[in-house]
Design a protein. Structure first.
Length: 173
């Protein structure tokens, strides 16, 4: 795995492009695209092409973060953040703007899962998931960009000063 990342980083010399590709991957991974792999993959390819990002870095980031083990926790965190933002910070009663199908889906889901701890006893809020799933990834991506620039620049410097390390790693595996 370590070798894969070394090879990935060494193929791209632009720190900005690496950091943007990584942060865009974080954004896609945390958005509630009703975690459908084909939709996420399509978004990766289309937006990587449009913004000239490193597709491989974006792809690796998305699927390291959002995978079958993390999809439900990510949607849960998006929902909780959106609920907190809309209800507590902005004080908007979004339940009256809920689409009609959400009530039916919520009633069906309540038969199998106790949602009272998540929703406070009411039905699911569609807008909490959507807003939380767009604002939280945006915040995470913006916060991670400067951090990833530093990390990628250090890794590129390390690889530039010691290129045989990359060759050693690939020859031993």
């Amino acid at each position: 795995m370590k070798n894969f990342f070394y090879k990935l980083i060494s193929s791209e010399k632009s720190v900005s492009k690496l950091a943007l590709s990584f942060c865009f991957g974080v954004f896609i991974a945390w958005t509630p695209v009703i975690p459908l792999i084909p939709v996420q993959t399509l978004l990766i390819f289309v937006f990587s092409w449009l913004f000239r990002l490193n597709t491989t870095v974006t792809f690796a980031t998305v699927y390291l973060i959002n995978n079958p083990f993390t999809m439900i926790p990510i949607c849960f965190i998006d929902y909780i953040f959106g609920s907190w933002l809309l209800n507590n910070v902005l004080r908007i009663d979004v339940m009256k703007y809920n689409p009609a199908w959400v009530d039916g889906f919520s009633a069906f889901l309540c038969k199998y899962v106790d949602l009272s701890r998540i929703t406070g006893g009411g039905p699911l809020c569609f807008w909490c998931l959507v807003v939380g799933g767009l604002v939280l990834p945006l915040i995470l991506s913006l916060l991670l960009y400067p951090i990833m620039r530093v990390i990628f620049s250090l890794l590129i410097k390390k690889l530039d000063h010691n290129p045989e390390k990359l060759d050693e790693n690939y020859n031993t595996k």
